[in-house]
Design a binder for this molecule. Structure first.
Ligand code: PPS
Length: 297
């Protein structure tokens, strides 16, 4: 696509991946591959709606040893200001000169990421069951003005299955990253594991990052990263993001935060179709997901 012809909302296919016109610049994204990496760099990698803001909150709290008041939220910075997207316009340049530790998030596919990540730095990949991702992403398309408002749920359902959304195919994203998890220093964790036992998840993340927190500090990290507590923090719920980016009257970023909400949205036919695609795509792949809150409690 000629970028000059692209309108806001439009997805731009670039090297097999879908970017958002106006939010991402393909030439700039291509330069991420050559970034120099430090041992202390940490990248949180997610397919959209898989728990990015949650992991940002946990990493910020681990840095702050559980003390919410020392996080720069006070200056009205959101989680994404404090742990920015590497692929968003202007952020790559900022990364180069930022002080350590450089904590970043990304939705990018592996082939765009700094090649030096195989030698240095750490990656935390968060995966979420794709039925809940689809529902969460549907609502986010209504909220986020940089994304096209879906015609209806079924229309979005088909787009998601085709991978015709920012982030491309969920299946490709998860499979590619998972199959390269031993090529770098990666922690692979699921949203459902975090829902099931946040304390253990936080301990795993802390250990992976080599942090040394007391039990009390860890307990505070857990306390300030629960859904209900994060929802009350405007900077962790993107409440202060300007209305031209998020239509706040359409809903809240922290929406339901649970496992199995897809059951309130999928028809029996959609579920059958999704299962077929899932089995075809994930056959022989050693990844299992929890689809229902009842299965993990
Ligand atoms: S984005 O736009 O890609 O950055 O979105 P992302 O942050 O990856 O995902 C948003 C969903 O994660 C849920 N969330 C949580 N669930 C449980 N506990 C906590 N603490 C938490 N924080 C964020 C958020 O509510 C979105 O999911 P849905 O299903 O829409 O509620």
């Amino acid at each position: 696509m000629d970028l000059n012809d692209a309108k806001t909302h439009e997805l731009v296919t670039h090297r097999g991946f879908k970017l958002i016109h106006g939010t991402h610049d393909p030439d700039d994204v291509d330069q991420i591959y050559n970034l120099e990496i430090r041992d202390s760099d940490v990248f949180v990698v997610t397919y959209p709606k898989s728990g990015t803001i949650w992991m940002q909150q946990i990493l910020l709290l681990l840095e702050a040893k559980g003390d919410l008041t020392t996080i720069n939220h006070l200056n009205n910075h959101s989680n994404a200001d404090l742990i920015p997207w590497i692929e968003v316009n202007g952020n790559r340049q900022m990364f180069i000169t930022a002080p350590s530790p450089r904590l970043r998030v990304t939705h990018l596919q592996l082939h765009f990421m700094p090649s030096a990540l195989s030698q240095k730095g750490k990656v935390i990949y968060v995966a979420r069951n794709p039925k809940d991702v689809l529902v969460s992403y549907f609502y986010f398309h209504k909220l986020a003005n940089m994304l096209e408002t879906p015609k209806d749920f079924n229309d979005f359902f088909e787009k998601f299955i085709r991978g015709d959304v920012f982030g491309g195919s969920w299946f490709e994203h998860v499979k590619t990253w998972y199959s390269h998890k031993n090529d770098m220093d990666m922690l692979f964790i699921t949203y459902e594991e975090m829902i099931k036992d946040l304390q253990s998840a936080v301990e795993r993340i802390s250990l992976f990052l080599g942090k040394e927190l007391t039990d009390e500090q860890l307990a505070n990290v857990v306390k300030h990263s629960t859904f209900n507590n994060m929802k009350k923090i405007p900077q962790a719920n993107y409440e202060q993001v300007p209305g031209d980016l998020l239509s706040h009257h359409q809903g809240t970023f922290m929406r339901k935060g649970t496992v199995g909400d897809w059951k309130n949205h999928f028809t029996a036919a959609q579920n059958e179709r999704f299962d077929k695609v899932f089995h075809r795509e994930m056959e022989n792949f050693p990844l299992a997901f929890n689809w229902d809150i009842m299965d993990i409690n």
